[in-house]
Design a protein around this ligand. Structure first.
Ligand SMILES: [Zn+2]
Length: 272
């Protein structure tokens, strides 16, 4: 029996993408196959996608988890190899991924062999992020919501921590047997991983609140990073700064923190 999906690893390793982007080929039969996240224009890599697609009965659709370059860089080249009019490209919105054929709303269903693939809008890493859930196999293709390598990056202005935590909580309601992330190996203890992600973000938020309590009013992000990330290699402090900023913006939206101008931050003083 054919596996429900195949991972084709894109040759784009980096500090942000780990070993590279996981491109997924799935489905097949009369309805044709689907490709998730063609990452870049590379002949051998596109050959591998096409070979897998041909074994499944031809690629008819390209689904995009979100509009970051390492998830969309191969759309045009793959489309050209397949024949432009034969394949449809879907993403959450044209604002997120210009030039797509169809926008894909939350809950949209699509045939995937004997199974059904459901789009789930999960903003946070980016406003247009979709996860794809294979309903019978209970497999979640998680894009950059969950990472198989490290914690994933929530970097403003693209990233929104409040949306991200709400999206993680939404995934807690799904019966998931396996998570296939956009980067790194599949995750076989999905709900433990999701709970760990939520706990990790909540801990960091608490630490950012503590930093605002302890440090002078109007403290700037680098000083908060030093306070919170004592245990982290200073080389990673630039990445940590994004996360701190994302937490501060969340706290600001919740009325707990405020900007004092000149990039300084403080807790909102309770009014008497
Ligand atoms: Zn991304």
């Amino acid at each position: 029996m054919q596996k429900p999906y195949t991972i084709i690893l894109a040759p784009n390793p980096s500090i942000m993408t780990g070993p590279g982007t996981n491109t997924i080929v799935l489905g097949g039969g009369v309805e044709g196959a689907t490709v998730i996240d063609p990452a870049l224009d590379d002949v051998a890599y596109l050959d591998a996608i096409l070979r897998e697609g041909a074994e499944r009965g031809d690629i008819r659709r390209i689904f995009i988890t979100h509009g970051h370059p390492d998830h969309i860089g191969g759309i045009a080249a793959l489309r050209q190899r397949l024949g432009t009019h034969l394949v449809h490209v879907f993403a959450f919105s044209r604002q997120g991924v210009p030039g797509i054929d169809e926008e894909m709303a939350d809950g949209m269903l699509c045939p995937a062999g004997d199974d059904t693939l459901r789009a789930i809008h999960t903003p946070g890493h980016r406003f247009d992020h979709l996860c794809f859930y294979l309903e019978k196999a209970h497999i979640l293709f998680a894009g950059d919501m969950i990472s198989g390598i490290t914690t994933n990056v929530i970097a403003p202005p693209d990233g929104d921590m409040l949306d991200y935590l709400n999206s993680l909580k939404r995934l807690q309601d799904l019966d998931i047997a396996e998570i296939v992330p956009g980067h790194g190996p599949p995750i076989r203890d999905p709900q433990a991983k999701i709970a760990e992600y939520i706990a990790h973000r909540q801990l960091r938020e608490q630490q950012v609140m503590e930093a605002l309590e302890e440090l002078p009013r109007g403290v700037k992000i680098p000083a908060i990073v030093k306070f919170v990330y004592i245990d982290v290699d200073p080389k990673l402090h630039a990445i940590a700064a994004w996360s701190v900023e994302a937490h501060l913006i969340k706290l600001e939206r919740e009325g707990l923190a405020e900007r004092l101008g000149d990039d300084g931050w403080a807790l909102v003083e309770p009014t008497a």
